[in-house]
Design a protein around this ligand. Structure first.
Ligand SMILES: [Zn+2]
Length: 454
């Protein structure tokens, strides 16, 4: 009976693993002290909070295209202005979208504009701006969960087929739900970098949106119904790695499997030339190996991996990879005494555990189904479908996306620009439909009032 109750509890945990909104810290590895916020679509209400825990105060309503909010740090507060109209000092700010058709554009300015990673980005949803202990801005996107998943999918994988995006969206959704409290002590759910998952812009591509929509409610679980770990890497080099050979835990669904699908892709093979002295000194100094011993010397200069190994003379290959900054641990060594070097011939890129992205891309092009691809890389995993997962992202875009794709296939061209990308067009389409209704109701005769140029 107890066992049954445990299973029921675990199942319940899987079924209830969902999220409507998440908070994601943006530019999380860049120190930004001045930010310009403009509005690409829709309108926002701007709120200020004067002190920690203080009352929220409406500063401006319906801020939209043509206006911009400038925020910069001054002492331990935020200085805020709208179109050069000074609004004063605040503890924090919040920009709330007035409906789902809202896009804002973030631009670090001044000295911050040249910082690495400080490019202009656009996002949907709400925005919160506060201050970090080091005096820089803490910029957080409060966004619908599925919109976040679409943005992550766009940032994490390349490809040209909606199935590859469906696969990535399932992996990213599973990871996000399993790690929903990763940054809870910082006041948000995730950062926007690979520490969590890359989320470098809102999703603007129709195939990625379609893949995310198709995968709505789908996660990967184990036989008990619990969400699994879903690590992935660029390319396995022809064989994935056991989880315990890279990290500590031996997980039953992260087993080493042959993966010929990862051959002949961008990251399949690599070589690296290292001076013999440096190679041997590394093992003698860092790992105390006796390199004057002929057996040790032979092993270091003629190490081979027909299939993946975890260690070289007891030294974890993960350590060698990290210290030598190698693309993978899946390499063999050949000495070239003429040049005084060793040549490392390596396969793959990344830690090798779980899904090989390039292998999955190849499998999609060969016609494998998205679920069989996931089961190839995550041994014994099951796709759980939550029928109650219901997000406005899916509701709003599914049929309109089909309309846009159909329209473009007839036009045979795809218009892409900052203001006229796919999602912008979807929003405009919805906006136009609503305006058409108003227009018909009001029997207006000036078509220019509601027609958009797109
Ligand atoms: Zn993080």
């Amino acid at each position: 009976m107890k066992r049954l109750m445990l299973i029921a509890t675990l199942l319940l945990a899987a079924f209830t693993a969902s999220a409507d909104h998440v908070k994601v810290r943006l530019y999380s590895t860049t120190s930004i002290s001045t930010l310009n916020i403009s509005f690409d679509l829709g309108s926002y209400n701007l709120y200020g909070i004067s002190a920690k825990g203080g009352e929220i105060q409406l500063l401006e309503d319906m801020v939209s295209e043509g206006r911009s909010v400038l925020v910069y740090t001054e002492g331990n507060q935020l200085h805020v202005s709208v179109n050069e109209d000074d609004l004063g000092l605040f503890h924090s700010l919040r920009l709330e979208a007035t409906d789902t058709a809202c896009i804002l554009c973030l631009n670090p300015v001044g000295n911050d504009a040249n910082a690495p990673g400080a490019k202009q980005r656009t996002y949907e949803g709400d925005l919160e701006v506060g201050m970090l202990p080091d005096g820089s801005l803490c910029i957080v996107n409060d966004v619908e969960f599925e919109t976040y998943i679409a943005g992550v999918t766009q940032s994490e994988i390349y490809g040209h087929h909606s199935d590859i995006f469906r696969i990535q969206a399932i992996i990213s959704r599973t990871w996000a739900l399993r790690n929903i409290n990763k940054h809870a002590s910082d006041g948000y759910n995730f950062c926007d970098q690979v520490h969590c998952q890359a989320y470098l812009n809102r999703c603007i591509r129709p195939d990625i949106m379609m893949g995310t929509i198709q995968s709505s409610g789908e996660t990967l679980v184990d036989s008990t119904g619990a969400l699994i770990e879903t690590p992935f890497h660029s390319n396995s080099g022809g064989q994935t790695a056991n989880s315990e050979d890279v990290w500590r835990a031996a997980l039953p669904y992260l087993r080493s499997v042959p993966d010929t699908f990862s051959f002949r892709m961008r990251q399949s093979d690599w070589t690296r030339t290292i001076p013999i002295d440096r190679w041997l000194n590394y093992f003698s100094r860092t790992h105390k190996l006796n390199t004057s011993d002929s057996t040790v010397l032979d092993s270091l200069l003629h190490f081979t991996q027909e299939s993946r190994r975890a260690r070289l003379l007891g030294v974890p290959l993960t350590r060698v990879r990290s210290d030598m900054q190698l693309k993978s641990t899946f390499f063999s060594v050949t000495p070239d005494s003429a040049s005084g070097n060793v040549i490392l011939h390596g396969h793959g890129y990344g830690h090798g555990v779980g899904l090989s992205q390039e292998g999955a891309i190849r499998m999609v092009t060969l016609g494998y189904s998205y679920d069989s691809i996931l089961f190839h890389y995550y041994t014994g995993a099951v796709i759980h479908h939550d029928p109650t997962a219901n997000h406005s992202y899916v509701e709003h875009y599914a049929d309109r996306l089909a309309h846009i794709i159909d329209e473009d296939s007839r036009k045979q061209t795809q218009v892409r620009s900052k203001k006229d990308d796919w999602l912008g067009r979807l929003f405009r389409l919805r906006d136009r439909e609503e305006r058409e209704e108003i227009y018909i109701e009001a029997e207006q005769d000036n078509e220019q009032d509601w027609q958009y140029e797109w």
